[in-house]
Design a protein around this ligand. Structure first.
Ligand SMILES: [Zn+2]
Ligand SMILES: [Zn+2]
Length: 418
């Protein structure tokens, strides 16, 4: 078996892995790097690819897949929910960045038609390789991939979380002996606040602001995080109005049709029925007249209705902006967190509202990343990918010194014979 790293090596973004057996080439994810001009994984001639396997909808894993549908149709394996959420995100991506992309809506459409639904735990064979998807606990539908070919067994974790959240059940891999593990390394250098403690602090802080007549704006990514926040407020008996806006609405409707991917479908349904869905500008303005919580994309204030909300909510000191995801340097969210100002459409705004960060991550912290590697059977070769500067190397070094496993933080373009 040959494993090639096309992107996402020693970086977060443009994830792409090639797995080649004697007669078959599989691609695991093919995402983009979201910068001013999107970056892509290394090129692979589409006719040399037998199948694509997608772990989850996030654009750093899915955003470049339509390239394979410019000419011809390669089968794309993922579950129905991943596929539908991916469609929402790529549609938005084409809308925002179409000028820089080598594909259009038509390729996205062909991609949707080329999907082969693959549910968790169901084995599929293409050529001389077989594979299955396992729950990854990262976003609704998110998967890890187990590939068997040439007598070798490979696990690609994709993005994963082992801790239960309000929305999802944590990942718990039980794959037997493995020859290769490709693990994400996003948080190899830090742990997250335990969920129950984080939820208590977060709901307490929301209650504090709203009970004194303020509005809390929660910029949240539309797929997964927005729903997690709504479920957290509902599940902790938050008794004030919660408004739900932007792409989060469309994603929630899609998730509603595939509730079997959720930890507690009833909690999700009840939470979704408890929020006020914004249907237009009238609702949006009305949401700002009364104390309450507004959940709206984008998570880093880069686009989406959250930009409108912050221009109003940010003016008053009795309001608050609670950021609930990692803020990438260069985004308005990061600027807000560091300097208390927010530049939107070239206009610098001083934010008087209270600003606070809550670490609602959907990735494993360092302890869980290590625990997962400890649990794996056999003596697999470990590849650490999907991590910011230094983190892939850090986890690889740990697996080598502490577990005695041969471990590498590969570079983009490197291939390995297993
Ligand atoms: Zn992800
Ligand atoms: Zn990712």
């Amino acid at each position: 078996m040959q494993v090639g790293f096309l992107g996402g090596a020693r970086e977060v973004g443009r994830m792409g892995i090639s797995v080649k057996s004697k007669t078959t080439q599989l691609l695991l994810d093919y995402g983009v790097m979201l910068e001013r001009q999107p970056g892509f994984p290394m090129h692979v001639p589409p006719k040399e690819v037998d199948a694509l396997i997608l772990t989850h909808s996030h654009l750093d894993h899915s955003g470049a897949i339509p390239i394979f549908y410019i000419e011809g149709k390669r089968p794309l394996y993922t579950n129905k929910l991943n596929l539908e959420l991916t469609q929402i995100l790529i549609q938005d991506f084409i809308h925002l960045s179409g000028y820089y992309l080598p594909f259009e809506y038509i390729e996205l459409k062909t991609m949707m038609k080329s999907n082969k639904h693959l549910d968790y735990g169901v084995s599929e064979t293409v050529g001389d390789a077989s594979f299955q998807l396992l729950n990854a606990g990262h976003t609704p539908g998110s998967s890890s991939v187990l590939v068997e070919a040439d007598g070798k067994r490979l696990l690609f974790t994709g993005d994963f979380n082992m801790e239960d959240t309000k929305l999802l059940k944590g990942a718990n891999f039980d794959c037997g002996d493995l020859d290769v593990v490709i693990t994400e390394s996003t948080y190899a250098s830090e742990d997250h606040t335990p969920r129950p403690e984080l939820e208590e602090r977060f709901v307490g802080a929301c209650t504090d602001v709203v009970s004194k007549g303020g509005i809390v704006l929660i910029p949240a990514f539309g797929v997964g995080r927005a729903q997690e926040i709504a479920c957290t407020l509902y599940g902790n008996k938050f008794k004030y109005p919660v408004v739900f806006d932007g792409m989060a609405r469309e994603a929630s409707r899609v998730i509603m049709n595939d509730k079997e991917f959720l930890r507690d479908p009833k909690l999700f349904t009840d939470a979704m029925h408890s929020v006020d869905w914004v249907e237009g500008w009238r609702d949006r303005r009305r949401a700002l007249r009364n104390p309450g919580v507004v959940i709206s994309p984008a998570g880093m204030l880069k686009g989406g209705p959250s930009q409108f909300y912050i221009s109003k909510v940010g003016k008053k000191a009795n309001n608050a902006v609670f950021l609930v995801s990692f803020q990438i340097p260069g985004t308005p969210g990061k600027e807000l967190l560091d300097k208390g100002i927010c530049t939107i459409d070239g206009k610098v705004r001083k934010i008087k509202a209270k600003v606070q960060h809550f670490d609602f991550s959907s990735h494993c912290g360092a302890t869980h990343l290590k625990e997962n590697l400890k649990k794996v059977g056999g003596k697999p070769k470990v590849f650490c990918v999907h991590g910011a500067e230094g983190n892939c190397e850090l986890l690889a070094k740990w697996a080598n010194t502490e577990l005695g496993l041969e471990s590498v933080a590969p570079r983009t373009g490197e291939t390995f014979q297993i």
